[in-house]
Design a protein around this ligand. Structure first.
Ligand code: SF4
Length: 461
């Protein structure tokens, strides 16, 4: 047994308290430098959700150089994140002070920002009336569970692809209230091996609430086809005290241990995007406490302009993660939602950053997959930039797909240095892409090339 497991959390409990747009004035009092951007943030945070934890305020944001600080971009919405037309409309209506008009303009802008990317509302939800509205089943082996009490985060990322969850529109929310319907669904789907508990961030929930959905899995006889319980969370970065302080953190770790004793693998999918997130001593302590239960921490994050768009940052992050026993798992491409235009990094630049970073790291960190797009047809990785019969091309591959037959099969698209998302790609002459013009996977499986044509040889650049 490692020390961290034996050691109960004994520090005085600091209650989590969110800083929202109602506390912007208080934030100026705490950090007077914030006054420079206050008006801007007041307007932008009408569109984008805003929430900070004390941990990010005190440990991650560098307040003396705000505009240049990557964590300012990560955590604080500004008007730059809106396109010109939206920005002007918002500024104009905010000046009018007419709250009804402001709400109407804000709602119009939000609707234009693709609140549910990758067809989440229509393609992934089991068709069971309202009983399973917090469950998504996109790939055969994994089911996503959105418990109703876990639909917020300790802080909000400005690029969040789940931002629709936080804006108070119940039509746009996933939230599973009843655990029983979820268990029945799993019982009928023996192909499911993994449950991903996600949100928001399920770590905002008290352990008692998590137990409603998870305690039965501590019994090895209950739904034995479920091998793995995954948690998608950014709490290690946003509120590490969730794992280090108070009785409830001990209860959470005890739950992890019981799940493992019940024969489940507990995979903690930590959202970590920047090496600075790994620096606070509390982060390290939280990692040790989670690992002491037998749970495995894997890291994943999107590549975001102005936040982590440099090979050196990813290299430092992966090195440190390996050192802490965290397994680098995914580098994602920013999704086509919210302020994607502000945050996007082209597919071509993303591949270069990935390739440069991964080429300099030990094999133990080459577990990381990417850069990958989580889009409607599946998870599409950019494996390379190549030349096909004299035409420059992206080499692509499904890491995950609605049609499992396509997983692992390479296919190609014309190189486009500006393309930043899968639906901007064009096929190579004589070939097809596996999705249609609406970005939906072609079913039944398309041929990835015209079989009547000779095999094409490609040369990696
Ligand atoms: S932690 Fe994840 S779900 Fe929460 S705001 Fe950030 S990206 Fe969104």
């Amino acid at each position: 047994m490692r020390d961290a497991e034996k050691e109960p959390s004994s520090e005085p409990l600091e209650k989590y308290r969110p800083w929202t747009r109602n506390q912007l004035g208080e934030l100026v009092n705490k950090h007077p430098e914030f006054s420079e951007v206050l008006e801007d943030v007041q307007m932008a945070s009408r569109v984008f959700p805003f929430r900070l934890s004390t941990h990010v305020i005190d440990n991650l944001i560098k307040w003396d150089n705000l505009r240049e600080d990557p964590f300012f971009h990560l955590l604080i919405p500004t008007l730059d994140m809106l396109e010109e037309g939206h920005r002007e409309a918002l500024q104009e209506v905010c000046l009018s002070g007419d709250e009804a008009r402001i709400t109407s303009v804000v709602n119009t802008i939000r609707a234009d920002l693709n609140p549910h990317p990758a067809d989440q509302m229509t393609l992934n939800t089991p068709d069971e009336g309202d009983n399973l509205n917090g469950v998504q089943h996109k790939y055969p082996e994994i089911v996503l569970l959105f418990p109703s009490a876990g639909q917020t985060c300790h802080s909000y990322c400005t690029y969040c692809f789940r931002w629709a969850q936080f804006i108070g529109d119940s039509d746009l929310k996933f939230a599973q209230k009843e655990a029983g319907y979820f268990f029945s669904y799993l019982q009928e789907h023996e192909e499911v091996t993994d449950v991903l508990v996600t949100g928001g961030d399920p770590m905002v929930m008290r352990t008692k609430m998590l137990q409603k959905y998870l305690e039965p899995f501590c019994d090895a006889e209950f739904l034995p086809h479920i091998n793995t319980i995954r948690f998608g969370s950014k709490a290690l970065t946003f509120w590490p005290k969730r794992f280090t302080e108070g009785e409830d953190s001990d209860n959470l770790l005890a739950l992890f241990r019981r799940l493992i004793a019940g024969g489940r693998h507990v995979a903690f999918m930590a959202h970590i995007g920047h090496p600075r997130e790994l620096e606070p001593p509390l982060f390290k302590k939280a990692v040790e406490r989670i690992q002491s239960t037998g749970a495995v921490i894997r890291s994943q994050a999107p590549l975001i302009a102005g936040f982590n768009d440099s090979a050196d940052l990813w290299l430092q992050k992966w090195k440190r993660e390996v050192n802490l026993g965290i397994i680098p798992y995914y580098m994602f491409i920013a999704r086509d939602t919210g302020a994607q235009n502000y945050f996007k990094v082209s597919l071509s630049d993303s591949f270069k950053i990935y390739q440069e970073a991964v080429s300099k790291i030990t094999g133990l960190a080459r577990t990381v997959r990417g850069p990958s797009m989580s889009c409607s047809p599946g998870k599409v990785a950019i494996d390379g930039i190549s030349e096909i019969d004299g035409v420059k091309a992206f080499v692509l591959r499904f890491i995950q797909c609605r049609n499992p037959e396509l997983v692992g099969r390479p296919f190609f698209a014309k190189f486009d240095k500006h393309a930043a998302w899968f639906d901007e790609l064009e096929p190579i002459d004589g070939q097809v892409l596996p999705w249609d013009s609406n970005g939906r996977l072609k079913l039944p499986s398309p041929l990835l090339r015209d079989e009547s044509l000779p095999l094409i040889h490609h040369q990696t650049l």
